[in-house]
Design a protein around this ligand. Structure first.
Ligand SMILES: [Zn+2]
Length: 246
């Protein structure tokens, strides 16, 4: 092999190695969780709580086994604020970071909307049914406590304007009113305690799953799944948790 050829093969080897390392181990060289070979059954290797936690999300909501909502769990929504947003591919989902969004209030505590993101199929199930898409609106209190509102989508004839704006804005900054994602009737929902559905799987997260299912077009669902089509964690054991219903 002459020197040029040898140089080329060494270069090819190095490039291949670097690309492999970035895909599988992240830029820092650490192995990173994903939905493939380092998928949900291995997440305990990245964060103990994912494996040992007893209050994990998502769950399958059994509608016949819910109890009526406690007064202290009722949510007041004040989400309608047009905000600067940046739409990013976070490596696991398409995520919209919200500069100055609205908030949700539970039992006197305000939780400010920080970001929302999409899963290529719903993570939460209702009576065993998995929906075509879900948006998770992640809120944070001043003390760092988390509250997530889940909005379920099914394929329908009507395209969703906000979903379209997200798809058209990946990699860009734009103005959005995240409240447009919420169903018209956001006064009926399921509530339970759970966790983040991705590592570190931190618990003590207040979950609200809206009952009114939204519609997204076949094209919109396909466009989001082009980025991530199986970024959903399997349902986790209830372990005696009570699901409240309003
Ligand atoms: Zn999520």
């Amino acid at each position: 092999m002459n020197k040029i050829l040898l140089g080329l093969s060494v270069a090819t080897f190095l490039i291949t190695t670097v690309v492999y390392a970035e895909e599988h181990h992240g830029a820092s060289g650490e192995v990173h969780w994903n939905y493939e070979e380092h998928g949900p059954t291995h997440w305990g290797e990245f964060a103990e709580t994912c494996q040992l936690g007893k209050v994990q999300s998502p769950i399958n909501i059994l509608t016949t086994q819910t109890s009526s909502i406690e007064k202290s769990s009722v949510i007041a929504l004040n989400e309608s604020v047009t905000s600067g947003t940046s739409v990013v591919d976070n490596g696991h989902a398409i995520q919209v970071n919200v500069d100055n969004g609205g908030m949700a209030t539970v039992d006197g505590v305000d939780y400010k909307l920080a970001q929302f993101h999409f899963h290529g199929k719903s993570e939460e199930q209702i009576d065993g049914k998995q929906y075509d898409l879900v948006a998770h609106m992640v809120h944070k209190s001043a003390f760092g406590n988390l509250l997530v509102i889940a909005v379920l989508f099914e394929e329908g004839k009507t395209a969703n304007k906000t979903v379209q704006k997200v798809i058209d804005s990946v990699g860009k900054s734009t103005q959005m009113n995240p409240a447009d994602l919420l169903p018209k009737n956001s006064n009926t929902y399921f509530h339970f305690m759970g966790s983040l559905t991705t590592p570190p799987c931190s618990e003590n997260v207040k979950w609200y799953v809206m009952k009114e299912v939204q519609s997204a077009s076949k094209e919109q669902i396909a466009a989001l799944r082009k980025f991530y089509d199986h970024n959903y964690r399997p349902v986790q054991p209830l372990n005696g948790r009570i699901v409240e219903s309003k």
